[in-house]
Design a protein around this ligand. Sequence first.
Ligand code: DGL
Length: 259
Amino acid sequence: MDNRAIGVYDSGFGGLSVWDELRRRLPHESLVYLGDGKNCPYGGRAKEEIAAFAFEAVERLVAEGVKMVVVGCNTATTAAIAELRERWPDMPIVGLEPAVKPACIGSRTRRIAVLATEHSLRSDMFLATASRYASDVEVLKVVGEDFVELVEEGMEQSEAATIAVDRVVRPLLNEGVDKIVLGCTHYPFLRPLIERVVAGCGIDVIDSGEAVARRVEWLLERYDIAASGDNEAYYSFISFADEAYRERLERRAKVLMQR
Ligand code: DGL
């Protein structure tokens, strides 16, 4: 038994989609969420730069006394997960990867689309995953242009978001894909708009949130560090941006909890 918190990290608000899955599945686990905010978006940056942000973030979470870190950011995972695990070999560190495997297994048309940031899509890690699981499946790589910025601004229900999603997703309707994988943790916040575009077209939208929560649960058991059944979980929020940003993180999380 270990009642210390789990750290969850993202470039900004996106990891809250993972945070939400974790808190639903593991109600006794306390969570410390670090949304960088100062350096977001990561997606167009160089690997070394993103890796440096990720190191700073995990260092901070370790200083907060967490027992495990979930890198709730596909981009940071592709840039740094191996190095993070090397630096903190005694602490489980979970990364986020696009759900390419289940999408490929379930695809009838043998064509899928992966929506992610520019960095994630050109990373060695993504290319390796795609070649492992998608040898007989065509994978269309699509950057969700402006998606991260819209979610950061809290504009996921706006006209601008509807237009941005339409611009990215509608062309996929002519591509014969039957799965759209959300390979960036910001994108699930736009899921209702994405689903509206693909409605009635036989296309499933898949993200990694639930799978990651399951993986975390498994690791807690395996390392024997799950919180006790009577632990009253707390949720705290930190950021490298200003206090106003941190408060917005907290407010967003509250909205998710009320759903
Ligand atoms: N939420 C992040 C991801 O999962 C990164 C978004 C960004 O900062 O560009 O890829």
